[in-house]
Design a protein around this ligand. Sequence first.
Ligand SMILES: [Zn+2]
Length: 62
Amino acid sequence: MKCLICQKEAAFEGNPHRPFCSERCKLIDLGNWAGERYRVPTKERPPEESHGANGNRGNHED
Ligand SMILES: [Zn+2]
C-alpha cells in the first residue's frame, strides 16, 4: 500500500501509523485537518445569522 501523504510504498502490516508510512506523515495529515477545521462552524457561533434587518454591517463610505 501507499502512504496517503507521501505516496511512498510502505509496509502497513503491524504499522501503528497506517494509513501512513510513519508518524511524520501522520502528523502532516493531522496538520491538514487542523487547517480544515477553521472552515467548520462551531456550535458556539449563533446558528441563525440571516435574520434580516442587520445586514449592513461595516457600510462605511468616506
Ligand atoms: Zn508517508
